[in-house]
Design a protein around this ligand. Sequence first.
Ligand SMILES: *Cc1c(COP(=O)(O)O)cnc(C)c1O
Length: 461
Amino acid sequence: MSVPEFYPADSATLRQWDNAHVWHPFTAMSVYVDETAPIIAEADGFDLIDTDGQRYLDGISSLWCNVHGHRVPAIDNAIRQQLDRVGHSTLLGLSSQTSIRLAKALVDRTPDNLTRVFYSDSGSTAVEVALKLAYQYHHQKQNPEPQRDTFLCVGNAYHGDTLGSVSVGGIDVFHRVYKHLLFPTVSVPSPVVIRIQEGHTAESWLQYCFDEVEQQIRRHHERAAGFVIEPLVQGAAGILVHPPGYLKHVRDLCTAHNIPLIADEVAVGFGRTGTMFACEQEAVLPDLLCLAKGITGGYLPLAATLATEEIYAAFLGAPSEGRTFFHGHTYTGNALGCAAALASLELFDSNNLLSNINAQATLIAEQLQPLRAHDYVGQIRQKGTMVGIELVCDAATMESLPAELRTGHEVTIAARRRGVIIRPLSDVVVLMPAPGMSLEQVRRLCEVTVESIEQVMANLR
Ligand SMILES: *Cc1c(COP(=O)(O)O)cnc(C)c1O
């Protein structure tokens, strides 16, 4: 039986309605309406297929969330089977079979100190939950410290788009207009060597960053409610890769001053950096862990904030004491999302995905080598399968390209003509192949990227 079509679905009509009614996220709509972007109608493995039947390799995992490809039989079946039982029921005061099973699976796979799972539905809400939990924890723990009301965060961080997560973010173009709506935070410099301050060498700048986080934590330790960090890689800032030891350094400082460490693994979790979770690489145990994007294999909106037993315990007491965590979203713990997530976790094991990720990472590094010869390639940053290729006027000075050229965007359009979907962060061309992608497909993604960059840059000169 086919689904009744109340509205026709030919490409021309859809295009017209798209331009008339759909407001796209993070999209300059005035330009978008003339770009005839593909209208995706279906998918097949790692290909997206538009309403005209054109196929595109999905080079950014559908914005960093797809893991095993699209229309994966094991996940499709898990969702269908769940659908035959129940699509959604609330977790407010009730429980559900699939959300319990997923909570157990997450606790089994995440760092050992994390035992409690609070569900929500996006990376932003996972971070909001972590911030509110940390804040309330200090009010209610055994020796309360309600003066701990300030979050520390890393410069150029991105933790989502709701106001709490924007407050701990630091991406100027996204965030500056809201600055009067945000709560104040203390921010430390991002420990990366890109455009280092005058008077510094690469080495002295990193040393300064390590020292500065120590200074700031010492200065603010009495009021620090939590330290929020994207472990190992700052994604939305342009795939900024932290030096080894930074995460551990922050963990040690937080431990010394009783500051909860909030690890936002929304982007880096589920294999992207080469281990299941990025924190594992420095044997770091966060107090709160935020997961979303890849959790369902990229199928459905689901997120989780994991907490330690110590944090959880501060919320216990007689109901009348008001220690409850008064937070929840309607679709918290959605059964379809949880079913997809369980199936996705099983595929990690059965497909030996972590070893594929490491093979992909090696191949990408090799394939992108030719770009290093160009003086307009400022940096190629990579951790696992997260890649950022920064295009500049001149690599020697790292002078930026004029924003009005929209060079990163032009590379995307050039790649699209070659049948590959990528999306830049301004002039950083981002590659984020899905962990399950074959090496052949990863090779094609890299080849098209190199060609597209070379073509766009040749036209500029
Ligand atoms: C994408 C992202 C978020 C926000 O997730 P949404 O599901 O888009 O709300 C938060 N933190 C990090 C590190 C991200 O990359």
